[in-house]
Write a protein that binds this ligand. Structure first.
Ligand code: ADP
Ligand code: MG
Length: 397
């Protein structure tokens, strides 16, 4: 990448602003998936081990009204960061003002300060999310250099990434952002072939731009999940009560034509009587779905078909589960594809969706992938071929 990275910066004695993405799922104040915190550790460690002062910040959730503040405080995340880092983290429950400025001015080299959820600034006119010029300038004034390591937010131009970058002398990518770009960018722009993409998930409309971009770049696109039914409908099949976006059928038809055989659709499905794990269901061919049935997973024959194609791959990008994997009866397709990819020993394998990444982790295959992206939306936009503002704002070497 022609972007500056943390290794191009001299952090010694400097106040280093580090934008991380600690927008982690929480349940009753407990973090349920800390992948994003773990993945941000190398950058923070590097800064403190090289004599910098690490000022860490992130958004968490959405802030629309005052009642959103308490439940979206970053305090529990700061506590967990302190444990994972094995190093004191001073948490300042403010996003601006004297307490924050004093805490920063009192820092010694190697110290870590973390401040409150950047989106607390959204309460007053969406300053963070609308990249308010005053806010970016103010945050930039708190440090000497800026490191963007928040890949999960890189598809948004907010005050805490783009705003700071445009108001500070030096900006570089952290290790995580660099890694994400290396893997996802590498797969899309310069893949070792055959390059096989596996796409699933709920809606075609979420992923249509990805399909469009990957038709040009990938050698094969395997489609499962809820989105398969719009494509099957486009081929003239009856999909019963399955998830199907009628207004996207024409587009799906066009994509199938354009793909010229690159798109591979399921041959069988698990058809259920209702959207429930307790529903009665059967395995059937995709041309046998009855009017009162809905496909909730790909079938065993499709898992085999996908496996035979994945076996030939040297680069795999997987985005979106193959079925309603949250329900055990409809998780087999996702587990099957996950296993097929995990067993590839001579391929670069990347998982790039929030739910698919969670599935890979939940099924115990996390260590078998070359890379599990920390950015659902960001990785999707990257796969669509879009420029991410949070990457574009980083200085070129
Ligand atoms: P990701 O976060 O990996 O990009 P999405 O958010 O696009 O994935 O989609 C995930 C959701 O898709 C899951 O909640 C899953 O239950 C749902 N899904 C998968 N297959 C089906 C299907 N056949 N019918 C309805 N929903 C489905
Ligand atoms: Mg999702």
């Amino acid at each position: 990448m022609a972007k500056k990275t943390i290794l191009d910066l001299n952090v010694e004695g400097k106040k280093v602003l580090i934008r991380v993405d600690f927008n982690v799922p929480m349940h009753d104040g407990v973090i349920t998936d800390e992948n994003r915190i773990v993945q941000a550790l190398p950058t923070i460690k590097y800064v403190i081990e090289n004599g910098g002062k690490a000022i860490v910040f992130s958004h968490l959730g959405r802030i629309k009204e005052a009642s959103d503040l308490e439940k979206n405080s970053l305090k529990p995340v700061a506590c967990r960061l302190q444990e994972l880092l094995g190093h004191e983290v001073v948490f300042v429950p403010e996003t601006r003002g004297k307490a924050l400025e004093d805490a920063i001015n009192n820092m010694k080299t190697g110290d870590v300060v973390m401040f409150e959820n950047t989106r607390f600034e959204d309460l007053d006119g969406k300053k963070e999310s609308k990249n308010d010029p005053e806010l970016g300038k103010y945050w930039a004034s708190l440090g000497d250099v800026f490191i963007n390591d928040a890949f999960g937010t890189a598809h948004r131009a907010h005050a805490s990434n783009v705003g700071i970058a445009s108001n500070i002398k030096e900006t570089a990518a952290g290790f995580l952002l660099e890694k994400e770009i290396k893997f996802i960018g590498g797969a899309v722009d310069n893949p070792v072939r055959p390059f096989v993409a596996v796409l699933g998930g709920a809606k075609v409309s979420d992923k249509i731009d990805v399909v469009e971009n990957l038709i040009v770049k990938a050698d094969k696109i395997l489609i499962g999940g809820g989105m398969m039914f719009t494509f099957l409908k486009a081929q003239g099949y009856n999909v019963g009560a399955s998830k199907c976006e009628l207004d996207k059928v024409e587009l799906a038809k066009e994509l199938l034509e354009k793909a010229n055989g690159k798109i591979v659709l399921p041959v069988d499905t698990l058809a259920a009587k209702s959207f429930s794990n307790d529903a009665s269901f059967r395995s059937c061919k995709v041309d046998e779905i009855a009017a009162d049935e809905m496909g909730l997973d790909i079938g065993a024959e499709t898992v085999e078909l996908f496996d035979s194609i994945l076996k030939t791959a040297k680069t795999v990008v997987w985005n979106g589960p193959m079925g309603v994997f949250e329900m055990p009866n409809f998780a087999k397709g996702t587990i099957g594809v996950c296993e097929s990819i995990a067993h590839l020993t001579d391929a670069t394998t990347i998982v790039g969706g929030g739910d698919s990444a969670a599935a890979a982790i939940q099924f115990g295959y996390a260590s078998k992938f070359s890379h599990i992206s920390t950015g659902g939306g960001a990785s999707l936009e990257y796969l669509e071929g879009k420029t991410l503002p949070g990457v574009a704002c980083i200085d070129e070497i």
